[in-house]
Design a binder for this molecule. Structure first.
Ligand SMILES: Cc1cc2nc3c(=O)[nH]c(=O)nc-3n(C[C@H](O)[C@H](O)[C@H](O)COP(=O)(O)OP(=O)(O)OC[C@H]3O[C@@H](n4cnc5c(N)ncnc54)[C@H](O)[C@@H]3O)c2cc1C
Length: 278
């Protein structure tokens, strides 16, 4: 057989300048809601311009000019996100090896679990990539990435934090996977966001900010999003869908959590302390 692995990508993305303009036209009628809705993965309230911007099918300056008549908070916040893109490009110009080296060198001593020598870490990395961690919001994000080549920003933050802090796996493993699977994979934006999440980068040290995936899932109302990408859970309502195991509603075939939140958090903070030398 010849599996058509690219079908999800084709269904989800139209390539080219005309498609970028079409998306920009659509976005003009939605950008005003961006401030309130951009963190909610269940609704279509982000621009999805990232691959078009990455491949130069539209420029950030064109986008900026189109919205100059806008005065809404939504536009102001969106403008700030476009500037993060430039910030990332600037970081890479100054530190070309940013995708492969910790900017903060003390993290070179961090006691990561290494999937190349530790079978349990290798299993965890595989479960993360395949969206089989037992955390519905993480699994939905990783499956969205595999099926469509894109993941909502809030969920990128949650899945990245989960790999680095819950699983204690080096951010560079995640950077590589996103690099291989994102349609908007961008050397600068990918590296800066992974280093930002890990706390290893030029920004403030964020390692001890450990996102609680189950709380995030409820707070940002991810139930509909989970139902789309994790069909095993499609019959569950909120709040059960955010944490089926805790409520005794885990369907057969959906994995148990590969690690519980609290011990994972404690292990991560202890590792940070060990790196600091006590
Ligand atoms: C771990 C991780 C890895 C990421 N890897 C990439 C990547 O490889 N390529 C990429 O383009 N973005 C990356 N991002 C940033 C962000 O998630 C995407 O730009 C955004 O989700 C794309 O969807 P959108 O076009 O609907 O964004 P919108 O929310 O509509 O934002 C508009 C544009 O602003 C820019 N932008 C928004 N947020 C960021 C950000 N945090 N950093 C840099 N630029 C931003 C993008 O060009 C985006 O298209 C990553 C974020 C995380 C947490």
């Amino acid at each position: 057989t010849k599996p058509d692995w690219a079908r999800g990508l084709r269904d989800f993305w139209k390539v080219g300048e005309a498609a970028a303009q079409e998306r920009l036209n659509w976005w003009e009628t939605h950008v005003d809601d961006y401030d309130d809705k951009r963190n909610f993965p269940s609704v279509d309230k982000v621009s999805r311009l990232s691959p078009h911007l990455h491949f130069g099918e539209i420029s950030p300056v064109q986008v900026w000019h189109r919205f100059q008549h806008k005065r809404s908070d939504g536009w102001r916040t969106f403008e700030g996100e476009l500037i993060w893109r430039d910030y990332a490009q600037n970081a890479i110009l100054q530190f070309p090896a940013y995708a492969s080296k910790n900017y903060r060198e003390d993290f070179d001593r961090f006691p990561w679990r290494d999937p190349s020598t530790d079978d349990a870490a290798a299993r965890d990395l595989k479960a993360w990539r395949e969206g089989r961690t037992g955390y519905p919001i993480v699994d939905a994000g990783m499956r969205q990435l595999w099926q469509t080549g894109w993941m909502h920003n809030r969920v990128r933050m949650i899945t990245a934090s989960f790999l680095i802090k819950h699983l204690l796996i080096d951010w560079r493993e995640g950077e590589k996977w996103f690099w291989d699977t994102l349609v908007d994979a961008d050397y600068a934006s990918n590296a800066t966001n992974w280093q930002w999440t890990a706390g290893t980068g030029v920004d403030s040290n964020m390692f001890s900010r450990i996102m609680a995936p189950l709380t995030q899932s409820e707070k940002f109302d991810a139930a509909r999003y989970i139902r789309i990408y994790v069909p095993e859970l499609a019959a569950l309502d909120a709040p059960y869908i955010h944490d089926p195991e805790e409520f005794g509603r885990r369907p057969v075939g959906y994995p148990r959590k590969i690690i519980a939140h609290r011990p994972a958090r404690e292990r991560a903070l202890a590792a940070l302390q060990a790196m600091k030398g006590g």
